[in-house]
Design a protein around this ligand. Structure first.
Ligand code: PGA
Length: 254
């Protein structure tokens, strides 16, 4: 049985004060979802602050990105060692906003996954097709290519053993358009089948989250699908009551 995961991706939002308030809100309410692994992923500058607030709780801390390089002369970058040092459990990798605004390729994403795993971080790797790719029928080709890059990378299969996959159709992120449970399930099943071509035990155990406009009112039907093991939540993770309602929806699956 795969444990459901619900991760809040706070993106580039917050102040010290609002981050404290949101963290406290999540901490207070999360006890009602004991069967779910809950992550919060604040901006880098608030990681230590949130790590301190989370001490002694079961909530996991995640970062939103990392460098694929070892410590050194890389101005502005943050490496896996630093994320571990401030108490991160995992890190989101290959989010479509990183791919779109920072030119991250499948190869870069794969290297970041391996770099995170090498330092003991859980990689939460995002994959997903654009609206154009869905409309021209290339969803499976795109998802297959993104997955193959992860599996073909040096150390990729080893890193995937510890990873979580987040399927996030780009057209559903922040748009209010959600994939229907059936659309999402079809891609999740495809992802599992693709991974099974290399390692069927891994395909059966890997957690595959759905992301893209998950809200309290659609989370239950999405999480009820066989291959959807929770969600990566953007906008709705910024409001504690919405995020907690989504955690509870995942809890009834767990
Ligand atoms: P959204 O973002 O929930 O605001 O659509 C999801 C994500 O980008 O991880």
């Amino acid at each position: 049985m795969r444990k459901p995961v619900v991760a809040g991706n706070w993106k580039m939002n917050g102040t010290q004060a609002s981050v404290t308030a949101l963290t406290n809100g999540v901490l207070t309410g999360v006890r009602s979802a004991p069967k779910v692994e809950v992550w919060v992923c604040p901006p880098y500058v608030y990681l230590s602050q949130v790590a301190n607030a989370l001490k002694g709780s079961a909530i996991k801390l995640g970062a939103q990105d990392l460098s694929d390089r070892a410590p050194g002369a890389y101005t502005g970058d943050i490496c896996a060692e630093m994320l571990k040092d401030v108490g991160c459990h995992g890190v989101i990798i290959g989010h479509s906003e990183r791919r779109a605004y920072h030119g991250e390729t499948d190869a870069v994403v794969a290297r970041k996954m391996v770099a995170a795993h090498a330092k003991g971080l859980i990689p939460m790797v995002c994959i997903g097709e654009t609206r154009e790719e869905r409309e021209n029928g290339s969803t499976e080709a795109v998802i297959g290519r993104q997955l193959d890059a992860l599996m073909d990378a040096d150390g990729g299969m080893r890193a995937l053993q510890a990873a979580v996959i987040a399927y996030e159709p780009v057209w559903a992120i922040g748009t209010g358009l959600t994939a229907s449970p059936e659309q999402a399930q079809a891609v999740h099943a495809f992802i599992r089948t693709r991974i099974a071509t290399r390692n069927s035990a891994l395909a059966a155990k890997i957690q595959i989250l759905y992301g893209g406009s998950v809200k309290p009112d659609n989370a239950g039907e999405l999480f009820a699908m066989d291959d959807i093991d929770g969600g990566l939540i953007g906008g709705a993770s910024l409001k504690d009551s919405d995020f907690l309602a989504i955690c509870e929806a995942a809890n009834s699956r767990g």
